[in-house]
Design a binder for this molecule. Structure first.
Ligand code: IMP
Ligand code: MG
Length: 430
């Protein structure tokens, strides 16, 4: 096997968790490389539904070491809560490793996230409110608290005092908010720090050694490529490197050590939060996709914006990720539509545009141009072989592969592990 990155090709919520869970069955390591508990992965095993925000999905597999690396921001309260939740359901967390270089999300980051959003008026990003942006901002301005500092009581005390002085000044003087009390924060967070300490490890060395021993590593990208801080729809983006390259940045594993990139795309488009989405449907068809796809956020419960598959965006993300194959998810949701549409290009200011615009203003003015394909009415949720899918469904999948210039290696037709059609196991397996 080899090292595989699983990355979202849209605006997040592509059902990456299911693909990671599938690959985790033959993996030795599952690695989270970006983001924090703004992510939400749902995995269904038998009758059990697991929701993850911080802990890598691989924790459900006995032989897997679940790794949280340098590029992640970790909310200690949420992480400890997730561990306790898993323990109560009999899932052990012994094999979790956390990089000392990951950054800690503190309550003042969450406070600043909502204060900054409120101050933006109609320019709100629609963040998840988890303190992600402010925590990454501290990391970039080199004032953040790293996990290695957090788990050392003396160092944590000193760093927290320094940080609080600045943060309280901003919160009270700029936003008129309430200051945080040092002792209260220190006492509460020291309890989490003591619980997290045993998991801290040199994750870069662990992953290098694992690669030398030919272990199988799955890198689990959080969110989606279009939310990437550099290559996404900035400023309507998250604050981390969501694209496949983020796996190298966030872990310290070099680009030549990545063998494959599986891009996960939904059979249609969704977005949660603000920002342009050319194929958004504000009509009954959009509502029908939302209801059939249960498109409500795992993290915030917000209804997701829904629309037809955007092949302009997907071809762009196929390229920026170096996607070797696509895993197409939630295809069963499109069953019962008379016809299905794919956006093949945009029209911007009267001009035909095939490449995803990097200019936000242009994207905001983009009018989607669709190709209409026949729909299908047959229930496909229990079909196991590609050849057994209705002809119209196969045509739809083939068109997505053609327009994105990327083969489709796997299709998901339901939430259960076994509701998966593998088209090309060689592309998928490592
Ligand atoms: P933040 O990551 O909380 O700062 O939010 C920034 C934007 O990214 C908002 O539009 C969020 O809704 C969106 N976002 C962040 N994480 C996810 C995710 O995992 N799925 C979908 N949208 C997300
Ligand atoms: Mg999600």
């Amino acid at each position: 096997m080899a090292n595989v990155v699983v990355v979202g090709m849209q605006w997040g919520d592509e059902a990456k968790g299911k693909v990671v869970d599938y690959l985790a069955q033959s993996a030795d390591y599952v690695v989270r490389y970006n983001g924090g508990n703004n992510a939400g992965h749902t995995v269904v095993v038998g009758d059990e539904v697991f929701k993850f925000h911080t802990v890598p999905v691989g924790v459900l597999n006995d032989g897997v070491t679940a790794v949280i690396t340098d590029g992640v921001v970790l909310d200690p309260q949420v992480f400890v809560g997730e561990l306790e939740g898993l323990a109560s359901r009999g899932v052990t967390s012994e094999k979790i490793k956390i990089s000392g270089n990951a950054h800690v999300i503190m309550p003042y980051h969450k406070a600043l996230d909502s204060l900054e959003e409120c101050s933006k008026g109609d320019k709100k990003i629609g963040t998840t409110g988890r303190g992600i942006g402010p925590c990454y901002a501290d990391k970039m301005s080199r004032t953040g608290i790293r996990i290695s500092e957090f788990v050392n009581p003396d160092v944590f005390g000193k760093r927290l005092a320094e940080c609080l002085e600045r943060k309280n000044a901003i919160i009270t003087k700029i936003y008129g908010g309430d200051a945080f009390d040092f002792q209260q924060l220190y006492d509460e967070y020291s309890v989490y720090a003591a619980k997290i300490g045993p998991y801290v490890a040199d994750t870069t060395t662990i992953l290098h050694e694992a690669s030398m021993e030919c272990a199988n590593i799955v890198f689990e990208g959080a969110h989606g490529s279009l939310l990437d801080i550099d290559h996404g729809t900035y400023p309507y983006a998250t604050s981390s490197h969501c694209i496949a390259g983020g796996a190298c940045i966030g872990t310290g594993v070099g680009p030549t050590m990545i063998d494959r990139v599986i891009g996960v795309a939904k059979a249609y488009q969704t977005r949660v939060g603000a920002g342009p989405m050319p194929t958004e449907l504000m009509d009954e068809t959009g509502d029908k996709i939302r209801e059939r796809g249960k498109e409500y956020g795992t993290t915030t419960g917000r209804p997701r914006r829904c629309g037809w598959f955007d092949a302009v965006a997907a071809r762009y993300t196929a390229r920026i990720n170096g996607t070797t194959a696509i895993a197409l998810s939630l295809l069963d949701v499109l069953t019962t539509f008379d016809t299905v549409k794919i956006c093949t290009h945009y029209e911007i200011d009267g001009v035909k545009v095939r490449d995803f615009p990097t200019d936000l203003g242009a994207l905001e003015r983009a009018v989607p141009v669709y190709e209409e394909l026949p729909g299908w009415s047959e229930d496909i949720s229990e079909i196991a072989l590609f050849a057994d899918l209705p002809a119209a469904t196969r045509q739809y999948v083939a068109r997505i592969a053609g327009l994105t210039e990327t083969p489709v290696c796997m299709i998901s037709v339901g939430r259960r592990r076994d509701q998966t059609i593998v088209i090309d196991s060689e592309m998928l397996h490592m």
